[in-house]
Design a protein around this ligand. Sequence first.
Ligand code: TYM
Length: 332
Amino acid sequence: MQKEIVVSGIRPTGNLHLGNYFGAMRNYVRMQEEYNCYFFVADWHSLTTHPDTKELRNSVLDALAENIAAGLDPEKVCLYLQSSIPEIAELYLYLNMMAYKGELEKTATFKDKVRLQPDNANAGLLTYPVLMTADILIHRALYVPVGKDQEQHLEMARNFAQRFNHRYGELFPEPQAFNFGAALIKVPSLDGAGKMSKSENQLATLYLADDDELIRKKVMKAKTDAGPTETNSEMPGYIQNIFQLMSLVSEDSTVQKFRDDFNAASIRYGDMKKALAEDMVKFITPIREKAQAIRSDEAYLQKVIKYGAEKARESARKTIEQTRELIGLNYF
Ligand code: TYM
């Protein structure tokens, strides 16, 4: 039986963090055995917000090394760079004819980014979800492992796929956001406000490259309060966040102990954060060390990039041929 096709990407706009890991990369690793996986570094997408490319090469290599360190095997999955596949840009062009200004302007991430960079509301930013759709449809993927923040983009991808199929003939499946049957997740930041992110609130985000001391320092600074004064109190959102982070890296029994303490109104947040910090260190250190070793071998990473590009282009070429044929651009 043919394996189902999976695509997902990460923008190289800064160090990867626990949100990327638990929202996306953990699923990549779990999916690599049973699915036909295409994972890539979205370097074109990064140009929509990071026109200065001095750090780009470094960030791309870091992202590749971190993905491999997290458990991706470039022999099992197709691991590549978006900019290695010109067919994606061609499909993006066709899909742009099916994407309307009104719906693009309404996209939450577009509105957020324009707020952050009002002087650079470029067309690439507006059509970001169209390029993302091209990334997915170029391999005719069915599943897209992503975090909750990408849900709206996936909905748009389904609309664009449907419109293409309707206008020119059935070619693309409607891609689904994927998290092993569970709801998509959002890994919260440590300051009780928003989510972990590559370039915002860096002190409230745990990066896969953080050293042990920095991890401890960030966790110990996480927002708490004096603790509940009554048993079975309602839990404030920022405390729920700490429990959520703990449930990602700590044993169930540890989480349960602090939950019981909270309900008994005897919880000591200092102790909870110490336990969380140690479990975070235990979790992040091996990935960081492995990533450093991989990153120092540029010749190996270049081989990965080249091999990935060949495999990804093979699949992309087939889709583009059929796309041209359906549109009527096959002149000879
Ligand atoms: P990016 O680079 O912002 O994030 C990469 C992946 O990490 C997930 N993620 C999170 N998940 C949970 N909690 C968080 N705090 C958190 N922060 C990030 C994201 O949901 C994502 O899965 N547009 C995409 C990149 C992209 C893409 C694609 C993804 C380009 N083309 C095609 C899938 C398919 C992005 O900006 O991800």
